[in-house]
Write a protein that binds this ligand. Sequence first.
Ligand code: HEM
Ligand SMILES: *[C@@H]1O[C@H](CO)[C@@H](O)[C@H](O)[C@H]1NC(C)=O
Ligand SMILES: *[C@@H]1O[C@H](CO)[C@@H](O)[C@H](O)[C@H]1NC(C)=O
Length: 483
Amino acid sequence: MFLMAFMILLAALLAVVVLHRVTKRHSSYSAYNLPPGNLGIPVIGQTFSLLQALRTNTDHQWFRTRINEYGLVSKMSVLGSPTVLLAGPAANHFIFASEDLILTQTRALRSLLRRSILTLTGDELKQVRSAVQGYLRPEMVRRYVHKMDEEVRRQIKLNWVGRDTVTVLPMARNLTLAVICSVVFGEDAAAMVEAHGSDFQLLGDAILSFPVNIPFTRFGKGMKASANIRKAMRRIVQRREESLLHQGFVVSSTDFITYMLVLRSKRVHSLTSEDIVDNVMGIIIGAHGTTSALITFMIRQLANEPDVLARITEEQDHIADSKGTGNALTWEDVSRMKYTWRVAMETLRIAPPVFGSFRTATKDIQYQGYQIPKGWKVFAAQSITHLDSRFFNEPTKFNPCRFENRSSIPPYSFLPFGGGPRMCPGTEFTRVESMVVMHYIVRQFRWRLRHKDEPCMKDPKPTPIFGLPVQLELRNPSTNLGA
Ligand code: HEM
Ligand SMILES: *[C@@H]1O[C@H](CO)[C@@H](O)[C@H](O)[C@H]1NC(C)=O
Ligand SMILES: *[C@@H]1O[C@H](CO)[C@@H](O)[C@H](O)[C@H]1NC(C)=O
């Protein structure tokens, strides 16, 4: 709700500020072969109508209508920028592969996260990207599985066991925040979550806000949260630097700060400690809202699909039976959760946490005979291919079996994690975390939705409007999870 108010304010202010500039620019496009479509009212364009569609979770229909009217390439105007909407697998490939398109972040995000993987460009980005990718690669995630397992069990014991109603989304958000913090902060995780858990939530909430630093606004609170987190993290970095000096850089801890300091000592990158701090925030922002959306929507789907729940339960019971009671899940256990992971992928298809990709053209570019001028935005929505019956038979049906044969899914039609050089580096982390969470939830509980068809909105992550309250029951009171 607040988001809407700020977006409206944003649009209105942008209108005033850039109206003059944009109208002048528009007249200079007469030599371009622009894609079809209209830019709507100057500056505001289709902003309100798209925001309204997101709010009512009808954005898919909104994009479809434009595609039916104008084809696979069309122009529109959203959030103060002329934007080309692209549709289909070829367009997805183009967006992820073109070197002339750069990732677009909101101004708010750039102020909040300063110099992180999400905001850097060029050589600096390359350094950060390879370090972050290295930290999240499968062999590394393998080393954090026991940490995730421990934190997931702790969270479930604390917040789920013994309650008969749980509101899933806020619980999932707290859980995924605790899990990513336990990994990136190592021994300081508990203290960080305790002191700054709500700061991380405020930071996440501020990303789409209007970037004027006024106290009590979403953005103002986000900036304050970001400063608080920075201050606490600087102290951690300093402590790690000191202890590394004493130990001569022979370390076994797997926290991100140690990892980055060790790489720097080997001259693999030249980031300052402040940059490292910014990147910790970037990773947490990338991980937290996305994985919690996945978990929330899996729990929602399972409440409506008893057959799918039965199959998952069978798979998870089988894995549990083959282990000693109370033993932490291992990477091998997670790799055996094949059906459960298909359910996760089917959830990502139907309710993708990131609804599309925004890019900015760094020079005039050509696409399918049209010209896209320098500075224009390019956008593709995942739902356009995820819900197209040419790529997914009966696309609105929840059917995890469609992922049994990955080669039956055409390239560039299923992209929950994006693609190309900016593809999400957190896929393996997501797989392990979501599988561990589902293991303990499915083994321990049965649940019923409090609102059978709870409406959703996109904020812009898919969000059940009441946060998905469920009635919870212990599945089998004798199940010993050894927590
Ligand atoms: C369900 C879970 C997740 C989904 C659906 C998801 C989706 C995405 C997508 C679509 C992008 C690319 C955006 C674009 O190209 O426009 C992205 C980038 C990113 N993700 Fe994820 N993500 C998930 C989990 C994670 C996790 C667990 C982490 C970290 C542990 C993470 C860290 C990042 C980072 C750092 C980037 C930026 C990469 C760059 O800018 O080069 N994500 N994610
Ligand atoms: C989630 O964490 C925040 C901040 O750490 C806390 O204030 C809140 O009560 C927690 N929410 C739930 C649902 O446990
Ligand atoms: C998987 O899908 C591809 C493409 O549709 C098909 O050619 C292949 O035979 C399928 N494989 C199996 C094992 O069903």
